[in-house]
Design a protein around this ligand. Structure first.
Ligand SMILES: Cc1cc2nc3c(=O)[nH]c(=O)nc-3n(C[C@H](O)[C@H](O)[C@H](O)COP(=O)(O)O)c2cc1C
Length: 368
């Protein structure tokens, strides 16, 4: 049904327009009490056995919405209504910015992938903080806040920009993510080098502790799939050293070769980050490597190419306590989370594990 709808309507529309339209519908539905109760009952039935706890936060399940979909926190309840167990908003930058010129989002339909070079278009940390402060919670959901660098801020002053966002947003964040891995802000990914990352993460930690004294805001870092293996290990070691709460693996890739892409070459050549199915195997590989390095010391969040319950299950076995998705939501539509939860509950039932927590990292601990 959604596939038909997708081909008749969304596929013919500019992808960014289609996105705004879909978000507007979801927002509207979430504002109408009868409709939202009906939709939530249909799309977000809860499975007790999938209840998850990560960095001290309780969730209905392990499956959340990845950053970038709701950059300005305008549809948190709506995304919860359609079944996501947590919603990561952002990336939010210190200052508002328009992002890159359009057209900046492309669908690679035959590859079930997207390429984007949005460039952190967002309303900025002050406006998003104000929105979160005024939010009347309808569905209790975990809200992660993903922060990044304002484009015009020079690399040398990046720490100050992240700290500004942290001060403003930490009070409303169930967890905070330092994004150093988007390919669309020049120089951003250089911050993944431990020499840059150590002072950045330490400063954000300190700012979060000063901004929020009544609880400890969990702090995570989000990394790129294009890091060399040694760099992944270095980030993992740094995360342990700094007592970070989690690592999110991965963001989009700038790679195109060797991914078996079959879409029009002119589309494949578009500059930007590639997400969706072709990212699956590298994201899984990065996750495994991280888990082999940090074990259960740090919570890992698996993202990149998730399409179905089996993908989520594989990430859990590879070490992820939480899993996120974005691109497949565009292709699969509003019943996607429901299908994932149902399939995951069935997968757990037929597995040797009593709980999802028992399954985390099982493939890496005892390789088949
Ligand atoms: C259009 C688009 C915008 C994105 N924007 C952000 C962003 O602002 N911050 C971020 O950390 N990740 C962003 N991402 C990356 C996703 O959060 C996710 O890491 C990536 O898409 C891989 O997951 P997927 O294959 O399920 O899409 C974006 C992805 C897409 C497709």
């Amino acid at each position: 049904m959604y596939r038909l709808f997708f081909s008749l309507l969304f596929k013919r529309m500019d992808p960014e327009r289609a996105h705004h339209l879909a978000v507007a519908w979801i927002r509207l539905a979430a504002r109408l009490p009868v409709l939202r109760t009906f939709i939530a009952a249909a799309l977000a039935p809860r499975h007790k056995e999938l209840r998850t706890e990560a960095f001290g936060l309780r969730m209905h399940g392990p499956f959340g919405l990845a950053a970038g979909f709701d950059k300005n926190a305008i549809a948190v309840d709506g995304m919860s209504m359609v079944g996501f167990d947590h919603v990561e908003i952002g990336t939010v930058t210190g200052e508002p910015q328009p992002g890159n010129p359009r057209k900046r989002l492309f669908r690679l339909v035959p590859d079930r992938a997207l390429i984007n070079r949005m460039g952190f278009n967002n309303e900025g940390s002050a406006a998003v903080a104000e929105r979160l402060a005024g939010r009347r919670t309808v569905f209790r959901t975990v809200v992660g806040v993903n922060i990044g660098k304002t484009k015009v801020v020079p690399e040398g002053e990046a720490v100050g920009d992240y700290v500004k966002s942290t001060r403003r947003l930490a009070p409303y964040a169930d967890y905070l993510v330092v994004n150093v891995s988007s390919p669309n802000t020049p120089g951003l990914r250089n911050l993944q080098a431990v020499d840059h990352l150590r002072p950045l993460l330490s400063a954000v930690r300190e700012a979060a502790d000063q901004a929020v004294t009544e609880r400890r805001v969990p702090l995570l870092v989000k990394i790129a799939p294009d890091l060399a293996d040694e760099d992944i290990d270095a980030v993992a070691d740094l995360a342990v050293e700094l007592g970070l709460d989690g690592i999110i693996a991965t963001n989009t890739t700038i790679a195109r070769d060797g991914l078996g892409l079959t879409s029009e070459p002119s589309l494949v050549k578009e500059t930007g980050g590639l997400s969706g199915a072709p990212l699956k195997s590298r994201s899984l590989e990065v996750l495994r490597r991280l888990y082999a390095r940090v074990g259960d010391d740090i919570t890992l969040v698996g993202v990149g190419g998730i399409e179905n319950a089996e993908d989520v299950w594989q990430r859990i076995l590879a070490g992820a306590a939480l899993v996120q998705g974005y691109s497949a939501f565009i292709y699969e539509g509003p019943f996607w989370s429901r299908a994932i939860h149902k399939g995951l509950a069935a997968r757990l039932r037929t597995s040797p594990y009593a709980t999802l927590a028992d399954a985390v990292g099982a493939d890496v601990k005892e390789p088949a």
